[in-house]
Design a protein around this ligand. Sequence first.
Ligand SMILES: *Cc1c(COP(=O)(O)O)cnc(C)c1O
Length: 354
Amino acid sequence: MTDTLQIDIHPIEKSRIDTVDFDNLVFGRSFSDHMLSVDYQNGEWQRPQILPFGDITFSPAMMSLHYGQAIFEGMKAYKSASGEILVFRPEENWKRLNKSADRMCMPAIPEDIFMEGLSALLSLDSAWIPAKEGCSMYIRPFMFSTDGYVGVSPSKGYKFMIFTCPVGAYYTKPIRVRVETKFIRAAHGGVGFSKNAGNYGASLYPTKLASDAGYDQIIWTDASEHKFVEEAGTMNLMFVIDGKLVTAPIGDTILDGVTRKSVIQVARDFGMAVEERQLSIQELTEGVTSGKVQEAFGAGTAAVIAPIATIGYDGVDYELPAQSLDLFSRRVFTEIDNIKTGKIADTRGWIMKI
Ligand SMILES: *Cc1c(COP(=O)(O)O)cnc(C)c1O
């Protein structure tokens, strides 16, 4: 880039970092000192600002609260052993945010605002990026409409923001998931492929019912027949069947996960066959029973890989084989984690160094 973007930086007077217990970080509960804030007014993005993290004021008629023009992203940065800041595949999140924006009639965020704003924010709050094994900085870019107006139409004004959260290792014991056959997450022609806030609001109730029945998450199935496996919560679903990696193909009902595409790439590099295809509940449950389905796991930025122990369907719990170190899900997790933390060379061009 020839001329660098101007960012107004208003640093915090006194850091809050001493108030945070870095040995007991709860995911999404601690916020770093600063946030990026960029307004869209009169058809253009205004000068980005970095401000102390804190409350913002808005009209009770702010349209995003009423009509749902609100989208977000999630990604992570790591500190390498030598203290470098490494961000995992941020261009993918930038592109996906703009796909979500397009679907929701929101303005695209220019690459320089996203990348340079992110770099400036992470540099300023670099002390907040945990260096401890398994820890990272969760990054939350998001955009919402800001006009105070009653009427369903696209807003004229928007705000794009990024804040960051130091997070600890996301050790999940293998999860119990239930196949959902009544409620749906995404239908063809809908907004399932976009990370738009309403999708998550709609998922709360069915997820609560599954939770009341003793499951950690839902396996969403296709909206028309409830016959094919789609996603689990905020993760893409992946399976190892007869030694092949199987996952639902990307389409308008599936979120195009960065973790998913990274796992697929690593699988191919390991010499494993990958099938992006529909997987029916019948094939899945029969496969778990016969032992053809060797592994099931969720893939997403927060947990990276969440192994599945149990799949509940129609009142029956199907149990996956026990975890062991030589499972693909373990090996792929280690490979991706080593790239993210700079322990092995980034031969795939996935890391942005700050
Ligand atoms: C964010 C998300 C994912 C995972 O995407 P990543 O880029 O890997 O974090 C998968 N499914 C849904 C519904 C999501 O919201």
